[in-house]
Write a protein that binds this ligand. Structure first.
Ligand SMILES: Cc1cc2nc3c(=O)[nH]c(=O)nc-3n(C[C@H](O)[C@H](O)[C@H](O)COP(=O)(O)OP(=O)(O)OC[C@H]3O[C@@H](n4cnc5c(N)ncnc54)[C@H](O)[C@@H]3O)c2cc1C
Length: 398
């Protein structure tokens, strides 16, 4: 019997303790500045490599920590209590690239690349979205054609790619997991995945995207593939069969984005609760006012509900296996909007102070909005859940 669903073993508790120390000593002091300057903190990222966190879910033989989905939630939750923007850069690297490669790459690809991305020597990214296509992922227009010598030529643009650029000088990510169309069969797109590495001809950064509402401590970029030549050995799996691993990786992506919502909620609640005691008006603490109690009480209940649902889903999730779509969509649908509402409640409770950066919740409020869009919009989760319950109505009664 597990006492605490969020800390099911000593190993998980120790991981959380380590993260809490790291957040207090290293993450919190830099968060405000990196948000303001729209800068990704490479040195902090390298420190995570030293702590063994960049290859969190990678088997130890490839330089990883070999941990599970619950551990992934713990790391994203703790980082997001302080710096969701940095947490997003971590997610794009460790979940969207590293975890994906660990479960879907072949032996040669894993042996060659995983040690580099587990230490932080290389920064990874995942490129699915395009300027004209997001939710409608099968409508992608990036193409890959095989040449006689077996190598591939990729043409197209990818948009909104976290870690796509690693600095303001247009330096591209060291390695990108790129989805491209390799043909059509019976009216269906054949989608394939390629590892594109810095220095390969035709791969460059189109632009780093500035002035984002939130998540400003992570770099977001447009990537260009202009007759980009990729060797045959950089194809992942079998040509035309990427949909399965794409769907599988979306599940861990949604779980960890929901974990970020949990971290934002926890910090927002902490801040509003403390402030409600410190601040007095009309001769009493503001926590004595019924309207303030509504903000705090409702935020607590939402926070506890999302915590239970997220960790329950993590406990069921087997990395490298699809089949958790209903709940990975469910947790993201519920917790991202709840986090935005909780950050908003915190700002309201804190009045004018809540509205300025020094008091943290204004940044969390801005960061929370991305979670309703990235990794699947709210509408896509509603669509998927309704589709899945249509196919499997018994899920409601299990
Ligand atoms: C900061 C940031 C970081 C990101 N990082 C990455 C990354 O690392 N890699 C990557 O590949 N992508 C990334 N993205 C892209 C992100 O995943 C997409 O923005 C998202 O999937 C939505 O796609 P879109 O923006 O093209 O919107 P669209 O899909 O065009 O949607 C526009 C609107 O139409 C709605 N809509 C679309 N289809 C339907 C439908 N069938 N039913 C009902 N409503 C619908 C949507 O819900 C939305 O409200 C990032 C985005 C941002 C902003």
């Amino acid at each position: 019997m597990v006492d605490d669903i969020a800390n099911p073993s000593d190993e998980h508790s120790m991981l959380r303790e380590m993260l809490r120390d790291f957040v207090i000593n290293e993450v919190e002091p830099q968060a405000l500045e990196h948000d303001r300057d729209e800068k990704f903190n490479r040195a902090l990222f390298d420190q995570m490599g030293e702590l063994g966190l960049l290859g969190l879910t990678v088997p130890p033989e490839y330089g990883g920590a070999g941990m599970d989905a619950t551990a992934a939630v713990i790391v994203h939750e703790e980082l997001s209590t302080s710096d969701p923007g940095f947490a997003l850069a971590y997610l794009a690297h460790s979940m969207l690239f590293v975890n994906n490669l660990a479960y879907n790459g072949n032996e040669e690809q894993k042996a060659r690349i995983l040690p580099k991305v587990c230490t932080g020597e290389w920064i990874g990214a995942m490129a699915m979205s395009e300027p004209d296509v997001g939710t409608d992922v099968l409508g992608l227009s990036t193409t890959a054609h095989q040449r006689e010598d077996g190598s591939w030529v990729i043409n197209g643009r990818k948009m909104w790619i976290t870690n796509g650029a690693i600095d303001d000088e247009g330096t591209p990510a060291d390695v990108v997991w790129v989805y491209a169309k390799t043909g059509e069969e019976n009216g269906r797109v054949r989608m394939s995945t390629f590892l594109v590495e810095a220095g390969m001809p035709g791969y460059s950064v189109g632009q780093k995207i500035y002035d984002k509402t939130g998540m400003r401590a992570s770099n977001t970029a447009e990537l260009v593939f202009d007759d980009c030549i990729v060797p045959a050995e950089n194809l992942i799996g079998i040509e035309g069969q990427s949909l399965l691993h794409m769907m599988q990786n979306l599940e861990i992506e949604r779980l960890t984005l929901a974990a970020m919502a949990l971290g934002i909620s926890r910090r927002s609640l902490t801040e509003m609760n403390r402030y409600a005691t410190e601040r007095s008006a009309f001769g009493k603490e503001i926590r004595d006012f019924g309207q303030i109690q509504r903000y705090i009480g409702e935020s607590w209940a939402k926070y506890r509900a999302m915590r239970a649902y997220i960790y329950d889903t993590a406990a069921q999730m087997k990395l490298g296996q699809a089949g958790h779509r209903l709940d990975s969509d469910g947790i993201k649908l519920f917790s991202t909007t709840a986090a935005k509402e909780i950050a908003d409640a915190a700002m309201q409770v804190m009045g004018g102070y809540g509205y300025v950066a020094e008091y943290v919740v204004e940044r969390l409020w801005r960061d929370s909005k991305l979670l309703e869009i990235g990794g699947g919009t709210l509408e896509s989760h509603q669509k998927n859940i309704t589709k899945d319950l249509g196919k499997d109505p018994d899920a409601i009664n299990r």
